[in-house]
Ligand binder design. Sequence first.
Ligand SMILES: [Zn+2]
Length: 280
Amino acid sequence: MNHCYNCDSDKVSFEKNTFKCICSDCGAWVANMDDQQDFHLLYSKKYFDGDEYLNYELGKKVHRKNFQKKIKILKPHFSKRDIRILEIGAATGEFLKTAKENGIQQILGVEISDFAREVAIKDGLKVLSPFDPSLEKEIKALSPNLIVAWDVWEHIDCPSLVMKKYLELCSPDVIFAVTTVDSSSSVAVKRQEGWRQFHPPTHINYPTKKSFEIFFSKNHFKLLEHFHFGYVRPLAVYLAAVFGPKKWLKNSSLLFSVPLYLNLFDTQMVIAKRDDKKDN
Ligand SMILES: [Zn+2]
């Protein structure tokens, strides 16, 4: 019996090629991995400085604009209610800092990277390792009514399983907001393994829009919003895509300070709310 960790369906079959398996129910891709990865080691300082991120530190200011936009999208779903955020994959805490600046004080982050977590803690945020023995207690104490996972789903081995565990600890009226890749997008369908988002081992799971429709329906969540999210990125990142990660780019404060918006319609944002009528 096969389980899909994107749509959370049982008894699915997977069509397998050299690089990936495709779920028969939702069409999500799962990269073929040779060995069990030690995710803890994948996300060292180098990941944020030269590997997956050209220079995370210099790009922070521009990336904050994306977080600001996400908060603007989420806030209307809470009207006058207090927001209590749990962020999965908090990295160095830039989203949580932006949330604080927007008056959201009750926040907690989970981050697997020792390097990123230490930066966040140094900046005064509460960010714990997913292996921290006190994590469950801390989540229950916060009783989050908003759980966010920005561009994290694709990095996790069994994302639907992991997210369900966190959701169980949250408030009954929790809203779950995710941004991740969309392998049913026309760019992904056309480019296949040449798609810029296809890079195992850091990206393992590639859900489709249908993955979330099934996942949320199975888990008694009501979809509130589902659309393709465009990002603002520093000019340096676009230039690196053309010229490669040259030193003159990597360390240029000027080129990292210029924001450019691009929507390739291959990143989905989905917001769903736990349905009050669920029978648990
Ligand atoms: Zn599936």
